[in-house]
Design a protein around this ligand. Sequence first.
Ligand code: SAH
Length: 248
Amino acid sequence: MVKIIGAGPGAKDLITVRGMRALQEADVIIYAGSLVNEELLEYAKKECEIYNSAYMNLDEVIDVIVKAEQEGKKVVRLHTGDPSIYGAIREQIEVLATHGIRCEICPGVSSFLAAAAALNCEYTVPEVSQTVILTRMEGRTPVPEKEKLSLLAQHGASMAVFLSAGHLKELQEQLCEGAYTPDTPCAIVYKASWAEQQCIKTTIKELEQKAREAGITKTALVLVGDFLGEQYAFSKLYDPEFQTEYRK
Ligand code: SAH
């Protein structure tokens, strides 16, 4: 059985306890080196075999796993953030199943959560937005027509845009084709939770320029929406006038 582990957004202590234990016990670790912080590999045993999947294709990853499984080794596949978001795990799970190998997934702290933490903000503020859209700009991976950014932007909801730091001009344009305006607040968070973390709060119209000035071209998330603005209402949950099951 292979353990697919969410590494968290970067900081070594933002992996789950379960994920850390799996790294400590692993005989083989294959990590997504383009985004996983290598400090996490310090949890591994000295004799652990470590592979960086940034240099491997799917067949090579599968070969390493199948061979290790045949030798009875404990295998960890380490993905950045949470594996369920742009993790490319589905094909791994299905190909491994054809070899009779099962996978168990351990969730991780996704970068969109670390980015909100870095900004001290809440995506779901009352009377502003109660919805978070996780999406990306189209790149070499196509995005379904109905999920075009300009369509998703029509909701004006809180949005976290992955994998798009290299296309900020187009991103600005497409966001403003929806309900956002050039003055809608947005932020770009580079390497959330890493030592090199940078947070820039700005507006949609200045996003590309601000990111360029800061030299940010990748490993960044763009957050968009009025949740980053000044206006909001207090939550009913802690309202003195409001009764709950626990507080009469
Ligand atoms: N599974 C990951 C996402 C992988 S896609 C997760 O849950 O976070 C890779 C994209 O995630 C990057 O292009 C960037 O947009 C974002 N990303 C990953 N780690 C990040 C971090 N620490 N800070 C900001 N963005 C990050």
